[in-house]
Design a protein around this ligand. Structure first.
Ligand code: 4AD
Length: 502
């Protein structure tokens, strides 16, 4: 009797007969033997099918199957280091479920637009598969961290009545004739829940009508937000530091294979342990406008130019090999994959080389009072191999609810956490203004109607306490951990400002 098995658990089945069900990833048929690579959602496995061991017509039908045909294969499991997962199946039977021909996504080059149009199919490819599995781990680690540390989950609404993060990024919806908007943050509701449970978190889809087409912005993304009563800024930073460390360590433990396949910076991730770097906004502004940054940017530019030349040489060599002909099919496919990678890397470096002087100029002109721009964050995060907390931003550059630092009156008790290696902000957080009069003043300054914020102001009227929290963006975190350059690859069906594909 054979048993149904998953590729990820083949190590428990060595010497036994099992049936694997999945999709055809690749096949190298010959007259006498086929090395068929099956994927089943948990991994890849080589299935060796010898003519004579199964019926001839089935053997021929298998050899004609196109990429992504669905099938089951029965056979005996054996260890084989050359098989993708370390085990292979010596087949004695097979069943074809749904043959596929002309599957549109092949190892050849596809533009990003084509892949997004075919996102429903592209999800099966190796990169999205690895990223999807890591995203799953990240989300599980997030929930575990808060559940294990005494936080209560509170689901905050998606239809919201008040703005948290500025009216210019609100998506308005017609709610039976009443204008409402989609949640930009669960924070304001969460603050009220924190006064009930002490430590709470919400985790859900978040909507921002951001008119930015950058690789860091989606219009729909997932954010987890903890909120804690009786906490100071030091405590909040420690919470964020332990939280981010727990996510990274979990991915390193559970998804090493996926990280390797993606070419992620595993050594860099291993360094993600407390303490992270702590800079105030004022220190950051000084760094940006300093000679240190001028020199750093010049070194970066030289590295980019040098790296680009190396990639161009490798690409030219591969193209010459291809033109000379005589390569085996597997070599051609391997080269084709590398050519794709090289072209993408070169395109990426061209953008960096073009942007470097602009970003250097912006940094040199940075003046106290401005919010940090994306390029400023990139520079600071490139300068460090650990995440960087930037704290105490100018009051006027930040959201109305942030608590004014009483010692200066000019800055707020907040922080952004910048991921290293140029990935930029993954967390924004702060202490909340807990004084009724101060908050009322800020709401008015912002031009909001205090009437709409009455319930939020009430929290400062009935037992106000120092409290704070933060929000971590899931897609930006996954992009950083996986080394993926664009966050649109870090969610199954991305929503971008300029286009929604599916
Ligand atoms: O800094 P933000 O705007 O903070 C808040 O929303 C606070 N209310 C959170 C809180 O204190 N409870 O956003 C938090 C994080 C960012 O650091 C980023 O990771 C992510 O949310 N984020 C986005 N991710 C993708 N696309 C966008 N358009 C994003 N905007 C913010």
């Amino acid at each position: 009797m054979d048993s149904k098995a998953f590729i990820s658990s083949l190590k428990d089945w060595v010497g036994k007969e099992v049936t694997l069900s999945g999709w055809l990833y690749n096949n190298r048929p010959s007259g006498k033997v086929q090395f068929l690579i099956l994927r089943d959602g948990t991994g890849l496995c080589q299935c060796v099918i010898e003519r004579g061991k199964i019926a001839d017509d089935l053997y021929d039908a298998l050899s004609r199957l196109g990429q992504e045909s669905s099938l089951s294969i029965t056979g005996t499991v054996r260890a084989e280091p050359r098989s993708p997962g370390g085990y292979e199946l010596a087949a004695c039977g097979a069943q074809i479920h749904g043959p596929a021909t002309d599957y549109p996504i092949t190892p050849k080059e596809h533009g990003i637009d084509f892949l997004l149009q075919n996102r429903h199919l592209h999800l099966r490819s190796q990169r999205p598969w690895c990223i999807g599995r890591i995203r799953h781990t990240v989300i599980d680690a997030i929930r575990r961290f808060f559940n294990d540390n005494g936080f209560i989950l509170v689901d905050t609404p998606i239809f919201t009545t008040i703005a948290g993060e500025g009216e210019q990024t609100l998506f308005e919806v017609d709610y039976f004739g009443q204008p409402l908007h989609l949640a930009q943050t669960g924070q304001l509701y969460l603050e009220s829940a924190a006064m009930s449970f002490g430590r709470v978190y919400c985790f859900g889809p978040t909507f921002r009508a951001e008119k930015s087409k950058t690789r860091r912005h989606l219009t729909e993304f997932w954010m987890v937000e903890p909120e804690v009563a009786y906490i100071d800024l030091k405590g909040l930073l420690e919470l964020a530091e332990n939280f981010v460390t727990s996510i990274v360590q979990r991915v390193l433990k559970d998804n090493r294979c996926e990280l390797e396949t993606l070419g992620a910076d595993i050594t860099g991730l291993e360094k993600i342990v407390p303490p992270f770097v702590r800079l105030t906004y004022t220190e950051t502004a000084d760094i940006l406008a300093s000679q240190k940054t001028v020199d750093f940017m010049a070194r970066q530019l030289a590295e980019f130019v040098d790296q680009k030349a190396k990639y161009e040489k490798e690409l030219a060599d591969l193209e010459a090999q291809e033109a000379a002909g005589g390569l085996k099919k597997w070599q051609q496919e391997k080269n084709a994959r590398r050519v794709l990678e090289l072209r993408a890397e070169i395109a990426e470096l061209e953008i960096k080389i073009e942007n470097n002087p602009k970003h250097a100029q912006l940094a040199a002109g940075f003046r106290w009072g401005k919010d940090l721009g994306g390029s400023d964050e990139t520079i600071i995060s490139l300068m460090h191999d650990k995440p960087v907390f930037v704290t105490h931003y100018p009051r006027d550059a930040k959201a109305f609810y942030m608590k004014t630092d009483r010692s200066s009156g000019k800055v707020v008790e907040n922080f952004d956490l910048l991921a290293p290696a140029g990935f930029g902000e993954i967390i924004g957080g702060s202490l909340r203004e807990d004084d009724y009069q101060e908050l009322f003043k800020r709401i008015e300054e912002e031009g909001y109607n205090p009437q709409s914020y009455q319930w939020y102001l009430d929290l400062r009227k009935y037992g106000s306490v120092p409290h704070g929290g933060f929000g971590l963006g899931v897609e930006r975190t996954v992009a950083w951990i996986t080394g993926e350059k664009h966050i649109r690859q870090c969610i199954a069906f991305p929503r971008l400002m300029d286009k929604i594909y599916l």
